[in-house]
Design a protein around this ligand. Sequence first.
Ligand code: PLP
Length: 379
Amino acid sequence: MKCMNDFIPVYKPLIDDEIYTAAIKALENGWLGMGSFVGRFEQSFAEYLNASNRKCIAVSSGTAALHLAMLIAGVGPGDEVITPSFNNIGDFQAILAAGATPVFCDICQDDLGIDCDKAESLITDRTKAVIALHYDGIPCQIDKVFDLAEKYSLRVIEDDCHALGTSINGKLAGSYGDIACFSFDPVKTITCIDGGMVVVNTQAELQKLHQYRLLGMSQPSSTLYTNSRAWKYDVCQIGFRYHMANLHASIGQSQLDRLDEIIENRRSYCRFYNEQLGNIEGLSTPKTDFEDVGPFMYYVIVKNGRREAFIDYLREKGIETGIHWRPGHQFSLFQQCKRSDMTVTEQIGKEILTLPTHSIMKKNDLVRITRAIREYFNA
Ligand SMILES: *Cc1c(COP(=O)(O)O)cnc(C)c1O
């Protein structure tokens, strides 16, 4: 076993002076709850997306964003929402939280995104929405998803939690389309420690979301953004305690300010991995040059039933790996849920493996990882 200094975790949040400064700034401000830092973070996020017509609403987590996205989409009891089975648990729980039932769909082999032909076969008159996920920021066939949605009058909830900085047809993910959700949890491309963002198109949806995230109160966000509150308000709809706090927004802002650098770094690490691991027998690597991808992480497909032994080998070398994910349809809770044929998901679920990807990595560490892997495969 290597000593801890040599240990390379699969994720490592970017925590340095700037994050401390940001946290102290929010603490010194004294208004710790939702306030001016949140307003500014939303504004900066909209500017980053370069979509002045889109509305950005900061919330307490990516899962909260997804839950509210369901409500905005009109998803409720008795409804069905189609999601790739190869997705985060937060997506499935958001569907349940809205009182609806997840319907699990297979993915495509090349981009690991939803298989639209199989999705179409799952549509019933109870289907309200479809979730599209850009796994690892690699675009799924989103145009096909929009076509499907139009044909059957479905809402599209785009899970962009992996896709911050990904461009599709020259436009950033989240800057167009229907409802988009982002996460800033501890391991995401940028973090607020915990946080999320919902992005929608209309003023009416924005207003609803402002109330949903704040216990259903008609308390205007614009007042809170001046670090003060109104004492006259009404409660007119269901609501949750899903707002973002100043402290979290301030930390998120400090990371958003450096997003270009973070994405450029992550891209270069992924390219290095691709270069070093791209021609190994028994291993397959993402089919992208990451040019338009804001990569959240780097993954490989470990073939021939060797994944578990490979994980153990890397752990011995002080290299941590991750599995994203165990497919949703395999969990006990979802045994009864409808699903498509799952050939690709079943296979990928057994073979996928996440390699260490941080916002800033040492070249030495990357070399150590890729050398260890090449040795294992005698490449
Ligand atoms: C992280 C993540 C979520 C959930 O976000 P949290 O902030 O952890 O609640 C949902 N979907 C995907 C694809 C994610 O990666």
